[in-house]
Design a protein. Structure first.
Length: 282
């Protein structure tokens, strides 16, 4: 029988956060694939895990994935771990999972630590709806495209950032999105864990004179839904009612439904739109 891929979440700082199930699995599998074997060996040595270790990282993620799949086809069980947290979250593990499914290999995920969820719950910002952006793209056009999408996103947004890029990212967010409440979470689960609750502009100013240390998670409030509705209404109000109607009629909408949508866009009753249309036709 073919083996299985086990996605094993490892601590993001505090070693006590590893689960009993992950410890047992790491001891029982035939091979552990790690993002950085030099980093992971310290974790494995701490828990006296002697399972063979191999590297699986950004630069060998496709070629090595097929090699690991061949081992699983031969009946070997493989555990995947990342440097910290849950494999497949902002790391090459997602490619291995995809290839396993394409090749008919069973995959299971062992839940545990994840910096994005830890920071979100620590931030004090709304948690019911959120968007995880991981690291913003470095390429300018792609970065601008993502920021443009975030302008109207009403969900709480979670972003990873390295300390040496933190100031530029805070400034880019403020320039593109305006002022937002944020929490910058650092040293998660460790002794000096902090959740710096502030705003984008205040955080950028703070880090101009204070050195950022450690990997950071920026948790940012989403766009105010009420403010977004007001802006949308104001943009429609720049059109006459007749022009607004033509916008929907040209898309194939019938007159009744177009009138209903225009009324909704402008925040008024359908009768008012009907009367304004009559006045323009007289």
């Amino acid at each position: 029988m073919a083996g299985k891929l086990y996605l094993c979440a490892t601590p993001i700082g505090n070693l006590e956060d590893i689960t009993l199930r992950v410890l047992r699995t790491l001891k029982e599998v035939d091979l552990i694939a790690a993002e950085d074997t030099r980093n992971s060996i310290h974790l494995l040595n701490h828990f006296e895990i002697r399972t063979p270790l191999t590297s699986y990282h950004e630069y060998n993620r496709i070629e090595k994935a097929y090699q690991l799949v061949e081992k699983m086809r031969a009946g070997k069980n493989v555990a995947l771990i990342t440097d910290a947290g849950t494999p497949g979250i902002s790391d090459p593990g997602e490619d291995l999972v995809r290839i396993c499914y394409e090749q008919g290999i069973e995959v299971t995920s062992l839940p545990g630590p994840a910096a994005c969820i830890t920071a979100l719950t620590l931030s004090g910002l709304p948690t019911r709806r959120f968007a995880f952006e991981a690291f913003l793209p470095r390429e300018k056009k792609e970065r601008e495209a993502v920021l443009e999408e975030l302008k109207t996103d009403t969900r709480t947004v979670v972003i990873y950032e390295a300390p040496h890029h933190l100031i530029s990212t805070l400034k880019d967010l403020h320039f593109a999105l305006g002022e937002r409440k944020i929490a910058i979470c650092r040293e998660l689960t460790k002794r000096f864990e902090t959740a710096f609750r502030t705003t984008l502009s205040e955080a950028a100013a703070w880090y101009e004179t204070h050195e950022a240390r450690g990997e950071c998670v920026i948790v940012m409030e989403g766009r105010s839904r009420a403010e977004l509705v007001r802006e949308q209404q104001q943009s429609w109000e720049r059109l006459s009612v007749k022009e607004h109607m033509e916008h929907y009629l040209s898309q194939g909408m019938d007159r009744k439904n177009a009138m209903k949508q225009v009324a909704k866009d402008r925040g008024v009753g359908k009768r008012e739109i009907y009367q304004q249309l009559l006045a323009t036709e007289e």
